[in-house]
Write a protein that binds this ligand. Sequence first.
Ligand code: AMP
Length: 282
Amino acid sequence: MRIIENITDMRAWSDAERRAGRRIALVPTMGFLHQGHLSLVRDGRRRADRLVVSIFVNPTQFSPGEDFAAYPRDFERDRELLEEAGVDVLFHPAVAAMYPQGAETHVEVERLSLPLCGAMRAGHFCGVATVVTKLFNIVLPHVAVFGEKDYQQLQVIRRLARDLCMGVEIVGHPIVREADGLAMSSRNVYLNDVERRAAVCLSRALCKAKRLFTRGERSAPALLRAVESELAAEPLARVEYAKLCDAETLEEIDRIEQPALLALAVRIGKARLIDNHLLARR
Ligand code: AMP
């Protein structure tokens, strides 16, 4: 596995691979890897001849007061895991290389960035859209894999790639969970033992709504009442939002007539946890 930190070197590698007719997959991450990331990596591996994984804790997607400085990092461990997973290039640029002095261009996916996490984290999706655009321009992938755990992010990136004619295929990968249902996240390390046990309330609430949906419940208020009562039973959970939206547009809905996204953001201790289920007729 090659480790590339320099943008020019990364693009030169990708140019050469493309000239040789090889297909490149990219899995962007912020590192501190877990099995969720590694599942995306295996997916990417299957979809192309060459696989690039980026590790970049992107400052512009953190709002002031968020956990940019404290965000967990362990480059050595990540390097070993990616080496074992058969990754061809680990792209690990410095912040100063990605955001040189005087940078003044950014990318805004206007409407999809507004609801859910966008309403709570000002500028977050602008930071995400901008850094993903830069990563695509540097790595020149044919295909890029993103987790459905960050469903709104996935929709923002799908729209971005389409609207700006990027020619990158965007693949969504299902949420990978711990045995008790908690969605894996680098931020789960913020949880102490008691909080970790409490954190299962998110997936439990989602499963409860899913059961009601499977039995035929289509009313958003009824489904959200079930979710909220489940979350209210956990004293450590501070709900930021629990919403039912159209799975494509992310607009809030009152009844489920088309595939819908049930999305949660809940604070437990220092951690802000997000999770979601798609509610769609099979
Ligand atoms: P992050 O390092 O948190 O920015 O995540 C990098 C990529 O991994 C994003 O596309 C995430 O959606 C995805 N991801 C993170 N956690 C999970 C998970 N539990 N299941 C599936 N994908 C995930």
